[in-house]
Ligand binder design. Structure first.
Ligand SMILES: Nc1ncnc2c1ncn2[C@@H]1O[C@H](COP(=O)(O)OP(=O)(O)OP(=O)(O)O)[C@@H](O)[C@H]1O
Ligand SMILES: [Mg+2]
Length: 276
């Protein structure tokens, strides 16, 4: 669904991305992680054609981003930024969602149905006539998400969408993204929150100074101290606790529930031994 082949990108002659190759399949939930300034946002901008490769190719749903029209790409790639105010432009929630539909060339006859459905999924049905700027920040983030959901993109790109959100709101956004992946969409999430990566991602792409340092299961990343240090990341608390207890880490990120259960069993066994 996404194929990046030997992508390099420079901004004013400064190389930002260096010779990246990877692909993302339908239904995959991929985390893109790495230090500040590594080039994560720059890479995301290549997925929706906002930036074009200096060298190499990026293709999304079979479209070469160098040649495809912006509206063709916009229909396939939904983009959610960290700051919803960068993408909210209209006077009401309804108009905001409609704006995205118009931008993607969705026929007008479909608008009402799509607006109602997206608003319901983002829990905004009662706010369709509200001015987005009068809503709380977390609701504004959901307005931005609803405009993306309404266009029914094949690829959902999330650039630190939860960094200013509380836990309930974060879970809501992540569960919506997971739902899309389960329905066969590709999700690419940039996050500095390794617990989120552990909970939701099938795969981690580790970007350091514009280079792809690793393309692996999250559990593999969390068990590689050298890689974590190069990427200036630390494993989520649950993984560090497991390691401190001398537990073997499961082989893949999707096994986190197993890790929690075996950790609980181990702690319970220790407690029983203490009690005897
Ligand atoms: N428009 C621009 N002009 C000049 N330099 C830029 C521009 N956009 C990005 N850069 C540089 O490109 C590099 C990568 O930036 P990018 O925003 O992609 O990193 P990031 O991994 O998203 O970082 P963060 O975690 O802080 O969001 C940085 O060194 C940044 O200074
Ligand atoms: Mg960024």
């Amino acid at each position: 669904m996404i194929r990046v082949d030997r992508l390099s990108a420079s901004v004013r002659k400064t190389p930002i991305l260096r010779d990246l190759s990877f692909s993302v399949k339908p239904g995959e939930f991929v985390a893109l992680v790495g230090p500040n300034g590594a080039g994560k946002t720059t890479l995301l901008k290549h997925l929706n054609g906002l930036m074009k490769p200096t060298a190499g190719t990026v293709s999304v749903c079979g479209l070469d981003t160098k040649r495809a029209r912006t509206s063709e790409l916009a229909r396939r790639v939904g983009f959610l930024f960290q700051n919803p105010d960068q993408q909210i432009l209209c006077a009401t929630v309804r108009e905001e969602i409609a704006f995205g539909l118009r931008h993607c060339g969705i026929p007008r006859a479909e608008w009402d149905g799509r607006i109602a459905e997206a608003a319901a999924r983002a829990d905004l049905s009662a706010k369709l006539d509200a001015d987005p700027l009068m809503l709380t920040r977390s609701r504004r983030q959901r307005v931005a998400l609803a405009s993306v959901l309404a266009t029914d993109p094949e690829v959902l790109v999330l650039d630190e969408p939860t960094s200013a959100q509380d836990e309930a709101e974060t879970t809501r956004v992540m569960e919506l993204a997971r739902g899309l992946a389960r329905r066969g969409k590709a999700v690419v999430l940039v996050s500095h929150d390794m617990d989120l990566v552990a909970r939701y991602a099938d795969r981690a792409l580790v970007l350091v100074s514009g280079k792809l340092e690793a393309d692996c299961a999250p559990a593999e990343l969390f068990s590689d101290a050298g890689l974590l240090a190069r990427a200036m990341l630390s494993a989520p608390p649950i993984v560090r606790l497991a390691r401190a207890l001398g537990l073997d880490l499961p082989a893949s990120g999707g096994e986190r529930a197993l890790l929690v259960r075996s950790l609980a069993d181990q702690v319970a066994a220790l407690a029983r031994r203490e009690a005897v």
